[in-house]
Design a protein around this ligand. Structure first.
Ligand code: MLT
Length: 396
């Protein structure tokens, strides 16, 4: 008899965004003529930057010629991309990351989930509440159900407090998904200091880094002293360059960052993650890595700045419209493409979701889907077109 991993029975039936997709599908089938504006899952709408398209065309041609064909690539990613990452994403912020600390991958979702492979089963994990569901679900799948929640509410300005109990692993996503809020350097430092003191590990998801506007918000956790000893950072090209369907991201595991064996012996996490990747992953496709490399060219850089600028303008449109219409409790949307909105009249997240879909034809994400503290909120994304964003705000 085949036994399943019993931890899967402890999960909710479906993944949050699959459930929303199902509801929207049903609504569309019943109301085929209704126009729907999607502001639910954070999926982008603009086409890929031209520089990336050109790089992919060139790479495809290379794959068609024996002289330039590539088979298996390095599991860690090609050096041409890892060099650029160090040079452009870290050096300008005074952070010295070397290419052998960078692991190119197919998505921050995969890596933030896969990283649980290298954590001891007895690790106690802390997450913010609300939280990107992947962090919780992947830990539950691995049998870590004793999860500590750090509430982020309007009352604490969406700045999580350190857990009261000892924890070994802390997930932080900043700029935050789902609340769209950010942490200042001094606020992030509190967590780095905690991790140093408790020999804990911070898993820092910086997928929305490209949306940072405020200068006191760090672009990388490694801007904080000592973080290179206690933090792994995840980055993604999905929201930076429109790669949600193209799939490319990377994870930084500094060589100084350690975990501990049962007897207390320190182990470099870089080596363990490398071991894991070499065993389970054969690298991101060459063509896709060439597309990612093109982001760092002069034209590519300009094009991605325009792209993120466009979505940031959408976020500003949303914030202004909601505030002008008298909505109380409009958060995020400044350092992030997400706006976190308090539902009116104390409606529950799902009631407001249903109302928005059926009455206004707008898809949002119910805040409670991200955790208990998300009840009474919904999340709206700025990733639709400017026209649809304006139209959605007019409908409200
Ligand atoms: C979201 O909407 O939270 C994200 O787009 C989901 C993801 O990146 O996997």
């Amino acid at each position: 008899m085949v036994h399943i991993n019993n931890n899967f029975t402890k999960l909710s039936k479906s993944y949050l965004f699959s459930e929303i997709e199902r509801k929207v599908g049903t609504f569309k089938a019943e109301n085929p003529d209704k126009s729907i504006i999607r502001m639910g899952i954070g999926d982008v709408t603009l086409p890929l930057p031209n520089a990336c398209i050109e790089a992919m065309h060139k790479a495809v041609d290379e794959m068609g010629s024996a002289a330039t064909f590539r088979g298996y690539g390095p599991e860690q990613g090609y050096l041409f991309l890892r060099d650029k990452i160090c040079e452009y994403d870290y050096k300008p912020y005074g952070v010295n990351i070397t290419p052998d600390e960078v692991f190119v991958s197919d998505g921050a979702k995969s890596d933030t989930g896969n990283i649980t492979d290298i954590l001891g089963s007895e690790c106690r994990v802390a997450v913010t509440d609300p939280v990107y569901p992947v962090y919780v679900d992947t830990n539950v799948m691995a049998g870590r159900t004793d999860i500590v929640y750090m509430p982020c509410t309007a009352e604490n300005g969406f700045v999580p407090e350190l857990p009261k109990e000892n924890v070994d692993v802390i997930y932080l996503c900043y700029p935050n998904n789902p609340t769209g809020t950010s942490l200042k350097r001094s606020e992030l430092k509190v967590f780095v200091d905690y991790a140093i003191e408790h020999k804990a590990l911070i898993l820092f998801d910086a997928a929305y880094e490209a949306y940072i506007s405020n200068t006191d918000v760090p672009h990388s956790i490694y801007e904080i002293d000592g973080a290179e000893r206690v933090a792994i950072e995840f980055r993604s090209y999905s929201k930076t360059a429109g790669f949600t369907g193209t799939r490319c991201s990377y994870t930084v595991v500094p060589k100084t960052c350690v975990g501990y064996a049962a007897d207390g012996t320190p182990f470099p996490l870089n080596e363990i993650w490398n071991r894991r990747q070499c065993t389970k992953f054969n690298g991101t496709p060459y063509i896709i890595q060439r597309a990612a490399e093109a982001i760092y060219s002069d034209s590519g850089w300009e094009q991605v700045k325009q792209m993120t600028g466009y979505y940031k303008a959408n976020a500003a449109v949303m914030r202004n419209a909601l505030e002008t219409k008298g909505y109380k409790g409009v958060y995020g949307g400044v350092d992030s493409p997400y706006v976190w909105l308090k539902t009116p009249d104390g409606m529950s997240s799902w009631s407001f979701f249903d109302y928005m879909l059926s009455e206004k034809g707008i898809v949002c994400t119910p805040g409670v889907g991200f955790g208990r503290s998300g009840e009474g909120y919904v999340r709206l994304t700025a990733f639709n077109t400017m026209e649809n964003t304006i139209e959605a705000m007019n409908r409200l």
